[in-house]
Design a protein around this ligand. Structure first.
Ligand code: CP
Length: 306
């Protein structure tokens, strides 16, 4: 039985197969409409979510399966003190597969160790968000045609943004990827990413503070919001929250075929005036999230569709 805790749980070959399956699902949705009939997905979300939970649920419903679950710790027995380990042992009696989001880093991993069904990490604290990474890889491969030889700018809260951490882990496995890390000093990527991942693996990267200093070099701009829920101090959040605002003027500095991605939700970091720009890919990205989660459910449940 396979779980998904990190994008690195899948080899590059396995990822390639998964993304190809996701593209086939996009092209031929009817072929997969009954693939999971009789199967149930549990969504155990201890932290708020719109896209991840609902796209998982849409994915299972699109496959002909059913969904059950909870959308906050308060509406589950976690509020009475139940441990994640006990919860997953019980959920294993009710469902065939579980997607879990938790505010504590490592909680889905703990669950996977006690589970008799596949567990998918749907985001754990500031740590990892592997299914967002699968979504991002599918978006990049579908819109840019490749996952190598690209310059990607990661902009905003690179300290707490788990989507950024997961994406860097995944992308350094492809050849000739260059990273421009765009953040204020206080929100730089953690040193374990800079030193242990980028420097040790001789990955080309540079850090800048101004978005304008990177725009012209980018094939992909990956914007992130400042993660209010991870700040200890509201004043620091208020000072940082509008540090970057992507608008038409800044988009004019970018290549004509650059794409703008964002895991969403956005707050102010992308002005709505950018939404009509053909390079704005963030709503398409959310759609790709359904196809890739369908492919992941099929893969972990070992369902073959001919
Ligand atoms: N991108 C993402 O994880 O969004 P949600 O928090 O709405 O699930």
């Amino acid at each position: 039985m396979q779980h998904l805790m990190s994008p690195l749980d899948l080899s590059v070959e396995e990822l390639d197969k998964l993304l190809t399956l996701a593209n086939d699902i996009e092209q031929n949705p009817q072929k997969y409409a009954h693939a999971c009939e009789g199967k149930k997905l549990a969504t155990c979300f201890y932290e708020p979510s719109t896209r991840t939970r609902l796209s998982f649920e849409a994915a299972m419903l699109n496959l002909g399966g059913s969904v059950l679950g909870f959308s906050s710790a308060d509406s589950s027995s976690a509020s009475k003190g139940e441990s994640v380990s006990d919860t997953i042992r019980v959920i294993s009696c009710y469902a065939d597969i579980c997607a879990m989001r938790h505010f504590k880093e490592g909680a889905p991993l703990v669950a996977s160790q006690k589970s008799s069904i596949p567990v998918i990490n749907a985001g754990d604290g500031g740590h990892q968000h592997p299914t967002q990474t699968l979504t991002d890889l599918l978006t990049i491969r579908s819109l840019k045609g490749r996952l190598d030889n690209l310059t990607i700018g990661l902009c905003g809260d690179l300290k707490f943004g788990r989507t950024v951490h997961s994406l860097i882990h995944a992308l350094i496995r492809y050849p000739h990827m260059k990273f421009i890390l765009i953040s204020p000093e206080e929100l730089r990527v953690p040193s374990y990413i800079r030193e242990d991942l980028l420097e040790k693996n001789n990955i080309a990267f540079r850090e800048v503070e101004r978005l304008e200093d990177a725009m012209g070099d980018l094939d992909i701009l990956y914007m992130t919001r400042v993660q209010r829920e991870r700040f200890f101090n509201e004043d620091d959040y208020v000072r940082m929250k509008d540090f970057y605002i992507l608008n038409r003027k800044k988009m004019a500095l970018a290549k004509e075929d650059m794409i703008v991605m964002h895991p969403l939700p956005r707050v102010n970091e992308i002005s709505v005036e950018v939404d009509d720009d053909p390079r704005a890919a963030y709503f398409k990205q959310a759609q790709y999230g359904v196809y890739v989660r369908m492919a992941l459910i099929l893969t972990l449940l070992e369902v073959e569709v001919c």
